[in-house]
Design a binder for this molecule. Structure first.
Ligand SMILES: NC(=O)c1ccc[n+]([C@@H]2O[C@H](COP(=O)([O-])OP(=O)(O)OC[C@H]3O[C@@H](n4cnc5c(N)ncnc54)[C@H](O)[C@@H]3O)[C@@H](O)[C@H]2O)c1
Length: 248
């Protein structure tokens, strides 16, 4: 089955690389007009139908201004908002007493606070339009301890899931659905390559052995779950989290 997003405006945070880029590519292939933002420069080889703006979501005003700019370019509401930007900001596991305020704040800012900012900015026009869909990209770390060992990452992803569930109830009466995709570990970018290499062969083997399907997933498989939640196939689904992790 092919999903059709013709005429839909999609806004995706963190769209330059990794899951965000793949999600953008799948929405564009399904006919959507796709706007992304990222702290990184847009890649030169983006497929047609995708525009990426340089935005640092640590700056909440810049995040809100990006949503306003997308609405102005699209001539109306964002129909589908994907809060994908996040990650561990280059941090690795360290003892709690060694985590600085700046380390903690940065991870909470790019995951939880960025999602809050973008939802808050996009919701008014969605309400006026009478509907919309928001998908947050959380993690297995939203449901249990994180493989990364980064305390702020686990806490922020749990909180993003709380935001998802709360907004589903607040925005449901306006026809706006809010759901979350919780990916398992996927090798998507230099940071996850470093994480994978740091595990070493024995822990890599154990990680794959602990997955029911006995393999790591792909960015394509994560993106498909996002498109499902955004589509009419999920028209009566809200406040839910879908683990896309090969079965834990
Ligand atoms: N790859 C995995 O194994 C995995 C597993 C579970 C969840 N996730 C989550 O999926 C999402 C995408 O992860 P990924 O692995 O594809 O890439 P990633 O974690 O490297 O980063 C996501 C994107 O967010 C962007 N970003 C970071 N800080 C930003 C800022 N201040 N302003 C704007 N954009 C910013 C990055 O440039 C990148 O494009 C993240 O939220 C991540 O936490 C990833």
């Amino acid at each position: 089955m092919t999903l059709d997003f013709q005429g839909r405006t999609v806004a995706i945070s963190g769209a330059a690389i990794g899951f965000g880029r793949t999600i953008a590519t799948q929405f564009a292939a399904a006919g959507a007009r796709v706007f992304g933002c990222d702290i990184l420069d847009p890649p030169a080889d983006l497929p047609p139908g995708i525009e990426i703006a340089r935005v640092d979501l640590l700056d909440r005003a810049a995040g809100a201004a990006w949503i306003a700019a997308v609405e102005a370019r699209a001539g109306g509401a964002v129909d589908i908002l994907v809060c994908n930007a996040g990650g561990v900001a280059g941090q690795a596991s360290k003892p709690l007493e060694e985590v600085s305020d700046a380390d903690w704040d940065r991870v909470v800012d790019i995951n939880l606070n960025a999602a809050f900012t973008l939802c808050r900015a996009a919701a008014p026009a969605m309400k006026r339009a009478g509907g919309g869909a928001i998908v947050t990209v959380t993690s297995g770390a939203a449901l249990q301890a994180s493989l990364t060992g980064v305390q702020a990452y686990c806490a922020a992803k749990h909180a993003m899931l709380g935001l998802t569930r709360q907004l589903a109830h607040e925005l449901g009466p306006h026809g706006i659905r809010v759901n979350s995709v919780a990916p398992g570990f996927v090798r998507t970018n230099p940071a996850t390559e470093r994480q994978w290499a740091a595990y070493g062969p024995e822990r890599q083997r154990q990680l794959v052995e602990g997955i029911a399907l006995k393999r790591l997933g792909t960015a394509d498989e994560i993106a498909k779950a996002v498109l499902f939640f955004a589509s009419d196939l999920a028209s009566f689904v809200t406040g839910q989290v879908l683990s896309v992790d090969g079965g834990k």
